[in-house]
Design a protein around this ligand. Structure first.
Ligand code: ADP
Ligand code: MG
Length: 583
């Protein structure tokens, strides 16, 4: 096993790395750290978001810099203020055991004189956004004429954002004999031409598309009619209680509009886009970090700075124009070793874009169905039951118990449970029982057999199961699938459509396996706990129970789109209060 020690890093860095809890180097770190430590060379490194690029250039830069000199020796350019701050914070953590090493962040929207003051105190490493950097060079507030190392981080994004001229200007103020390290998720021709123009025989590193960041993300698409994007988004959120997501829109206007509608409908949502003031953006981001905002609706540019590791879902409300942008979006989830799901809401005419993205990311999409109203009700019902189970009893209730007992006198346990659950369930049921199917038939692009079964396009003879373990028990869709495969001794393809929720999950097998599956999980215990598997009425796999057929009748009559507040007053936390501070 490769260790950080074996890459040639010194003790102060190794101690900091161990404090950070990094155990083994990521692929891009493994490839670039020894190279940059041993050789003075230019470097082009291609690696997806979330693969640990900051440390890949940060560790060698910190080790090579002379902390006893106060001269600015390293410059890191990054596209946004948020990334700039994120890199600065990381570098400070990396260098915490190196006395006298100062890293200073330079970015727009904050006091320039304060930043100049920090530089003046001595900053061996400067992390900057191009605009503010140019400004400060122009005013003689920063001297980069003696730097040894220059990093262009997220180079593709800086060029996307139109920083080419600024970068050129900035580089013209740096010495010829320095080393330039360029990091990028993608290699469009603009990046190639920068490399050609400003770098000398750069070494190249490409982290295979099969890096940890890429394979932990499952890509799914949902085909709907153009006008059903919003109702589809709501259903995806409702079918995933506990969702913590970024919802991408193409324009600032759509971003604002979708966020406002979600808030109006009682979701914990917020908007992040360039028309908001820095202060407003900070507020939203803080609320998101604290998970007070569960659905952050964002433009691509604004979302570049999102440094949150445990995002469960990325939702593409609309597909981006550039395929590369999709890579950036989906890279917001599945970070730091966790798995994630990137969902795309598409219309039939956009399906060819899915194919193009598949080619680019070298990963297949799974075709999925927008859950029906009844499926959502079922998911919410299980979720509610498990929430009741997990709820800490408030001791204050003891005082009121005699009175409450009087009120509830004569109701037996079964009836009481039904009533408690109905308090919330009825709200969803009333809303969803009359809604229609939002899925558009995917003619013209039938998925191959494998894709279809994987993706839960309900194949005739498949059965969907409910299982009482989920994310809270440490499972994600991949590890649950592994667990089921091992327990049932089946092939990977035999188990499909695995959907983990907080405290329970769903999966499918072919119908002929159902007896075997149910038998295996009869009186099945792991570590003293019963693992319970039942056939679900949730028809992801085409099981038709009488109950469902009956309910299906209710659904005719169209989506009641004027309904507002499907979740309003759901619970105090979820109440449909506006958050005026964000807008
Ligand atoms: P990138 O710049 O490639 O998008 P980052 O450098 O921001 O990725 O790293 C993503 C996350 O992974 C950060 O939270 C970082 O602290 C963490 N990380 C980086 N390297 C490692 C490692 N070797 N082991 C564990 N976590 C790591
Ligand atoms: Mg980065």
């Amino acid at each position: 096993m490769i260790t950080f020690e074996s890459l040639g890093l010194d003790k102060p860095l190794l101690d900091a790395i161990s404090d950070l809890g990094f155990e083994t180097p990521s692929e891009v770190q493994e490839k670039s750290i020894p190279l940059l430590l041993q050789e003075d060379t230019d470097l082009v490194a291609l690696a997806q978001t979330g693969t640990g690029k900051t440390a890949a250039f940060g560790f060698p830069m910190i080790q090579k810099i002379h902390s006893e000199s106060r001269t600015t020796q390293g410059l890191i350019l990054s596209p946004t203020r948020e990334l700039c701050l994120q890199i600065t914070n990381e570098l400070k953590l990396y260098s915490k055991y190196i006395k006298g090493l100062n890293t200073v962040a330079i970015y727009g929207g904050a006091s320039i004189t304060e930043q100049a003051r920090q530089i003046k105190r001595g900053a061996q490493i400067v992390v900057a956004t191009p605009g503010r950097m140019k400004d400060m060079i122009g005013r003689g507030m920063v001297d980069i004429s003696k730097i040894d190392y220059c990093v262009l981080d997220e180079a593709d994004e800086m060029l996307n954002m139109g920083f080419y001229e600024d970068i050129k200007d900035i580089l013209s103020n740096t010495p010829q004999e320095k080393f330039t390290w360029l990091f990028s998720a993608t290699m469009p021709k603009e990046v190639a031409s920068i490399a050609k123009k400003f770098m000398h025989k750069p070494k190249e590193i490409t982290v295979g598309t099969k890096n940890a960041g890429a394979t932990t993300v499952q890509h799914e698409y949902y085909v709907v009619g153009g006008r059903d994007r919003y109702p589809a988004l709501k259903r995806l959120a409702d079918a995933n209680p506990g969702i913590f997501s970024v919802v991408f829109c193409r324009t600032k206007r759509d971003t604002q509009r979708v966020a406002e509608k979600l808030i109006e409908d009682g979701y914990n949502a917020g908007a992040l886009h360039g028309d908001l003031s820095q202060n407003q953006r900070d507020l939203v981001m803080n609320a998101f970090r604290k998970k007070q905002v569960q659905m952050l609706v964002a433009t691509d540019v604004a979302a570049r700075g999102i440094d949150v590791d445990d995002i469960t879902h990325v939702i593409n409300y609309q597909l981006p124009d550039e395929i590369e942008t999709y890579t950036h979006r989906s890279g917001r989830t599945g970070r730091a070793g966790k798995s994630g799901i990137s969902m795309v809401i598409v219309t039939r005419s956009e399906l060819r874009k899915i194919k193009a993205i598949e080619n680019k990311i070298k990963q297949d999409f799974i075709s999925k169905k927008i859950p029906t109203g009844i499926e959502i009700c079922e998911i919410q019902l299980y979720h509610l039951a498990s929430r009741i189970k997990e709820t800490q009893i408030n001791p204050e209730i003891d005082h009121y118990l005699p009175a409450i007992n009087d009120v509830l006198d004569g109701i037996d346990r079964d009836e009481l449970i039904k009533k408690i659950v109905s308090v919330e369930f009825t709200r969803f049921y009333n809303y969803y029982s009359k809604t229609r199917d939002l899925n558009t038939q995917e003619s013209g692009r039938e998925r191959d057999k494998k894709g279809a079964s994987k993706g839960g396009v309900p194949s005739e003879g498949s059965v969907r199961y409910f299982i009482n373990i989920g994310e809270r028990d440490g499972y994600d869709w991949m590890s649950l699938k592994d667990f089921l495969r091992d327990t049932l001794n089946l092939e990977k393809e035999d188990i499909f459509n695995v959907d983990t929720k907080d405290s329970f999950s769903f999966f499918n097998t072919d119908a002929q396996l159902s007896q075997f599956v149910l038998q295996t999980f009869t009186d099945f215990k792991v570590k003293g706990r019963f693992i319970n598997v039942e056939v679900s009425t949730n028809p992801g796999g085409g099981k038709k129970s009488k109950k469902r057929d009956r309910k299906r009748g209710h659904r005719k009559g169209g989506d009641n789109r004027s309904f507002r507040g499907g979740r309003k007053g759901n619970s105090g936390k979820r109440g449909g209060k506006k958050r005026p501070g964000f807008f």
